[in-house]
Structures are given as C-alpha cells and as structure tokens.
Design a protein around this ligand. Structure first.
Ligand code: MF3
Ligand code: CO
Ligand code: CO
Length: 259
C-alpha cells in the first residue's frame, strides 16, 4: 500500500480552496433539482459552475468516466452517470457527487437531494445517513485509528436497521483523486492506520435500506445499484486532520466547527 501523504500547509490551503468550490457547487445545484429535469442538465450546470471558477471536474475522463459529476437516484448506490433520458420525478431521492481539480488540488463532496414529496422511509434513510457521516467525522483526531470511523458509522446504521455498503469506501484525497488510506465505512474498533495532522481524506458512507450488496450495470460499467433494488443514500465530505481534531474542508455552510 502506498504511504499516506501528510500535506504541507501550502498543499492544505490548495485542497481547502478546491474543497470549498466543490461544496459551493452542491449549494449552487440545489435550485435546479426539480421534477422534469434531466440528470444530464444538472451535470451541465455543475460543469459550467466548476469551469467558471477556474477548475475542472475530476471525474470527466477519469478511467473513462464520461461526465462531470455522479448522480445516483433511488436504488443507485454510487457512480450514476448523468443522462438526458434520466428525468427526475416526484418522490425521487438522489445523491450528487462533485470532485473538483483547482490549481492541481482535489476536493470531493456529495449530498442528498429530494424531488417533491418523498416517503417517510426515504427521509429517514437520508437523515440516518447524514448522521452516519457526522459520527464518522467526530472520530477524526490525531492518535485515533481509521477503523474507528467505520466502527462508529456501522454501529449506528445497523442499530437503525440499515446496512453499510462495503464495496465502495472513502479515500485519501487532495494531491490525487484517490490516495491512501482507504476509509471503510464498516470496520472493527481500533484497527487501521493512526490518524496524523495533515492527512486529508473523504468519509462517504453509503447506507442501504435492505441488503448491503451492489451490482454494477453491465452496459455502462459504472452505475452501482443495490442487489435488492431498495433505496440507498450517501453523504460525503473531505476532512483534514488538525493538531487537535478535524476541519471539514468541503463544508461551506458553517455546519461544522473546526476543532
Ligand atoms: N467522487 C467519487 C468518490 O467519492 C468518485 C467518482 S469516480 C467516477 O470517490 F469515475 F465514477 F466519477
Ligand atoms: Co470520494
Ligand atoms: Co465523491
């Protein structure tokens, strides 16, 4: 396994700027998420926003991925490809995942959006998934182990009757799109590498209503769906390990205190 990069203050500033732009793209897109709109349209708006701010979308051309973001609807766990024929309808839930490259630095974040009136079950899944991300973030401090992030997430998700996707993970990010360490969202207590100041990585739990397994679309090679076609939700932030705790680099709302 490659080494975990400890970022310099200059690199951290670059990653922070890119992360903030990715976070702002998620705020910008909110007003466009409406019944009748295609996911391709949302992708174009995201691409335009990123480019207008002097950055490029990291997913475009990444391992052959064709679009500027991932949009994952309902039973799609992750890597949904925006398409002109995927039209949002009342009751849909969707994750929009944006990764930016600004001055060579990467920022990666995603959030859930809803269309019209959604079911109570869908809303509960979204709420629990957001809380899972927050519980993971609360584990971030020097000297703690990476595994405690996934331990906190999986304990809570299972207590709520949900399952945790184990086939896709969080990852180091900043200098490259996917760096060490891998952040499992289901892990055993006190396992994995020690966290150190200057590490930057994502936490991005995917939580399923039903079974945890996924199947990748045979035709496009990307879209990952739940095996049982039940709903899946995801939230993602890029986090910096500080001297005393964490900074959520992709938070643009001031929801998280730097600690
Ligand atoms: N942004 C996704 C992540 O959180 C990765 C998308 S890769 C793509 O890691 F190729 F599917 F776009
Ligand atoms: Co990510
Ligand atoms: Co992402």
């Amino acid at each position: 396994m490659e080494d975990i990069i400890i970022k310099t203050p200059e690199q951290i500033e670059g990653i922070r700027k890119s992360s903030q732009l990715a976070g702002q793209a998620l705020v910008y897109i909110k007003d466009f998420v409406k019944e009748g709109v295609s996911t391709e349209f949302l992708d174009k708006k995201i691409e335009e926003f990123i480019r207008q701010h002097g950055a490029i979308p990291a997913t475009l051309g990444y391992n052959g991925y064709p679009k500027s973001c991932c949009i994952s609807l309902n039973e799609v766990v992750c890597h949904g490809i925006p398409s002109p024929t995927t039209i949002l309808k009342n009751g849909d839930i969707l994750n929009i995942d944006v990764t930016t490259i600004l001055n060579g630095y990467y920022g990666d974040t995603s959030a859930m959006y809803t269309v019209g009136e959604i079911s109570d079950e869908a809303q509960k899944l979204i709420n629990v998934t957001k809380h899972c991300l927050n519980l993971g973030i609360e584990q971030v401090r020097p000297g703690n182990r990476v595994g405690n992030i996934g331990f906190a997430i999986s304990r809570y998700a299972r207590a709520k009757g949900y399952s945790v996707v184990y086939e896709y993970c969080g990852h180091g990010v900043g200098i490259d799109f996917h760096e060490a360490p891998q952040i499992d969202h289901s892990a055993r207590r006190n396992t994995g590498p020690l966290l150190r100041p200057g590490m930057t990585f994502t936490i991005e739990p995917m939580i399923n209503q039903g079974r945890p397994g996924t199947v990748t679309d045979k035709h496009d090679g990307w879209t990952a769906r739940t095996v049982d076609k039940k709903l899946s939700a995801q939230f993602e932030h890029t986090v910096l390990v500080t001297e005393t705790g964490y900074e959520v680099l992709t938070d643009v709302s001031g929801e998280y205190k730097i600690c």
